[in-house]
Design a protein around this ligand. Structure first.
Ligand SMILES: *[C@@H]1O[C@H](CO)[C@@H](O)[C@H](O)[C@H]1NC(C)=O
Length: 289
């Protein structure tokens, strides 16, 4: 075979191979796919490594991150939050491009509360370094009683945050209207448990009760399907990735109904209507879902 043909063939093979491997397909496990980023001593594997326990005490919180970064796809985890008096604690699950001033980030933050008072879920969306897009809902169940699934779907059409099968937030791709959308930077998957009693619960009025420490949150069933870096860009441009499919390009009727139900009954803060903060409504709020 002529050298040119051979190297062309090799190039094609490499290309095909990279398309195949960069779509993340095997089940994700904590040991293989994540690393501890903060306080080894405060993250424990339990149930034979099927679940992990995060610990917050007066010495430290803790955190972990995926080893890989992903461009588009869906990330989900089952989380059981700190029971009882969790005021002043924050459990976060988010994606982050780790690129400083042009950072893209998609956040779930669970703000603890006094016994019997509802947890708050705060979401935020950073695009190209700009965030300040907080929304808050309260949950319609006790998130410390059982595991619930929290997921982020991210494709070329929108970003959707889900609690179980209920969409709680949609950030639509409105590039056609000149609005920014995260599209170029792969993001890692992160989680942390920490103390934030200067702001988290009732704006910082409720302090952590350290006599109740240590505090525990639990995670299991890590699921990541997306385009893993390196090779993420060519993988992500493939319209046949399942998360780009017709069923994922907008909320279907049932999902849209659930989303309206959350907004009507469980939304407690929306930056879009916070006139003291934004006298002029941010453009993405007007562009609709
Ligand atoms: C905690 O409970 C209070 C009282 O029900 C509520 O106003 C608040 O939104 C809850 N959540 C947080 C994080 O403060």
């Amino acid at each position: 075979m002529a050298t040119a043909t051979r190297s062309l063939l090799k190039l094609m093979l490499v290309h095909i191979f990279s398309l195949v491997v960069s779509v993340w397909a095997r089940p994700v496990t904590f040991l293989q796919d994540f690393r501890i980023t903060w306080a080894d001593s405060h993250i424990r594997q339990i149930e034979g490594g099927r679940s992990i326990q995060l610990i917050l005490d007066q010495n430290s919180g803790c955190g972990f991150a995926s080893k890989n970064q992903y461009l588009f796809g869906r990330v989900s985890m089952k989380i059981k939050l700190i029971p009882g008096d969790s005021a002043g604690t924050v459990t976060a699950f988010y994606m982050n491009s780790d690129t400083d001033t042009v950072r893209d980030e998609l956040d779930f933050e669970f703000l603890g509360n006094r016994t019997g008072q509802p947890y708050t879920v705060q979401t935020n969306v950073y695009v190209h370094g700009k965030g300040d897009r907080e929304q808050r809902i309260n949950l319609w169940f006790d998130p410390a009683a059982e595991y619930h699934t929290y997921s982020i779907l991210w494709n070329h059409y929108h970003v959707v945050f889900y609690v179980d099968d209920v969409p709680i937030r949609v950030y639509k791709n409105n590039e056609a209207k000149g609005l920014p959308f995260p599209k170029f930077q792969p993001m890692g998957v992160y989680s942390t448990l920490w103390e934030a009693d200067d702001w988290a619960t009732r704006g910082g009025l409720e302090k952590i009760d350290w006599t109740k420490a240590p505090f525990y949150a639990y995670y299991k069933d890590f699921d990541i399907e997306g385009c893993a870096a390196p090779g993420a860009a060519s993988c992500a441009s493939n319209p046949n990735n399942w998360w780009e499919g017709a069923g994922y390009q907008k909320l279907d009727e049932l999902q849209a109904r659930k989303y309206r139900w959350v907004r009507m009954n469980h939304m407690i803060y929306d930056y879009c209507v916070d006139k003291s903060r934004y006298p002029v409504t941010p453009p993405e709020c007007l562009a609709g879902i």
